[in-house]
Design a protein around this ligand. Structure first.
Ligand SMILES: *Cc1c(COP(=O)(O)O)cnc(C)c1O
Length: 361
């Protein structure tokens, strides 16, 4: 087998090695089945065990109660930008959206096609380098829901805790930090996440929706865009993305076997601390996100010049540290260190950063 490098990509992103190894071992023939997971019918008992197993693992992992449906959909988090307002925002209603980055803005744009959107908070004028405080939010108690992005993948900011929204349903895009630490599902009405960052491979979107929201969907929605279609058919209305669901099943099993979300939090905090400490202890590197808003998953920082940033990316890639170039809309360096990313990779990056500063600082 060829050697693996350290993959800092923001997504599709690193997966746990034991998951890849199990998928590889069983790819040609699932034990006791004699067929690949890529070949079995989605109506078969084999696949039923996989999709029910994935759901059961997720419920156990994150304590997801029975009054929440777990859906395995397609179209990415981007389709949820549309599906959320199409289903739960009445045409004569209004919704609160908190603007903390590029992905939040895309969600706003889709909701505006359905009804009135109130921007209940924004840090755009500060280049999204922090999360707004509770006191800065202008929330409307009559809003159909409040939408926020728990982790801003591009800017490297993350909410430390959920905004306080009273009785208004809380909707979250958790694409880049779902299951990075324990979460209280009961605070949310709807959660969605593209799977390719912290859950599985690309091609799957996880949606967790509370029962009572389902009654809001207008009757004339296209059938594939109506959450009720997928809750009624348990994500099997049409052919679901069988392979990413299988991978998610393995990832959830891996997380359960490795201490669950509490252990993930410790692992992620230790990795992030190593990296932020290295940045903060140097004059050469400068963190983008302000203290109190910093992400455990995407660590963003700048060097003294764009020239040096280019050189840093080129040399780090050669050193086996891949995917460190920041997003095109933010620039700089971004190290994505999701659940599956090993501490040894962060140590290697810190070592590389010290050496780069010594020779170029
Ligand atoms: C990557 C990302 C998206 C877009 O996800 P797709 O699955 O590609 O549509 C949306 N929101 C956040 C926070 C992301 O990180």
């Amino acid at each position: 087998m060829t050697e693996r490098i350290f993959n800092f990509s923001a997504g599709p992103a690193i997966l746990p090695l034991p998951v890849l190894e199990e998928a590889q071992r069983d790819l040609v023939s699932l034990p006791g089945v004699g067929m690949s997971v890529l070949e079995v019918s989605h109506r078969s008992k084999t696949f039923d065990d996989i999709i029910l197993g994935a759901e059961a693992n997720l419920r156990k992992l994150a304590n997801i109660p029975e009054n929440y449906h777990i859906l395995f959909l397609q179209g990415g988090a981007s389709l949820q930008f549309s599906m959320v307002p199409m289903n739960i925002l009445p045409a004569d209603g209004k919704a609160d959206y908190i603007n903390t980055g590029v992905w939040s803005k895309k969600a706003v744009k889709e909701a505006q096609k359905i009804a009135t959107v109130n921007i209940a908070g924004s840090t755009e004028s500060e280049n999204f380098n922090r999360i707004p405080s509770q006191g800065e939010l202008t929330l409307d108690s009559e809003a159909a829901y409040v939408h926020f992005t728990t982790n801003n993948t591009i800017y490297g900011t993350q909410w430390a805790t959920e905004p306080e929204v009273g009785n208004v349903p809380l909707v979250a895009d958790m694409s880049s930090d779902i299951f990075c630490r324990p979460l209280d599902i009961n605070k949310y009405a709807l959660i969605y996440a593209g799977a390719q960052k912290n859950l599985a491979c690309a091609g799957l979107t996880l949606v967790i929706i509370r029962d009572d929201l389902l009654a809001r969907s207008p009757k004339n929605l296209p059938i594939m865009l109506d959450y009720n279609t997928h809750t009624k058919e348990r994500s099997l209305f049409n052919t679901p993305p069988v392979f990413p669901i299988y991978i998610l099943h393995l990832v959830a099993k891996y997380l359960l076997e490795n201490g669950g979300l509490e252990a993930m939090q410790q692992h992620n905090e230790a990795k992030a601390k190593l990296l932020y400490d290295a940045i903060d202890s140097s004059e050469f590197y400068r963190a983008h996100a302000l203290l109190g808003s910093r992400s455990l998953m995407n660590v963003t920082f700048r060097l003294p010049s764009e020239e040096l940033e280019k050189q840093f990316v080129a040399e780090s890639t050669k050193a086996g540290l891949d995917g460190l170039k920041g997003h095109r809309s933010a620039g700089g360096i971004r190290a994505s260190i999701y659940n599956a990313f090993p501490k040894a990779g962060v140590e290697a990056l810190v070592q590389f950063m010290r050496e780069f500063e010594r020779t170029n600082g």
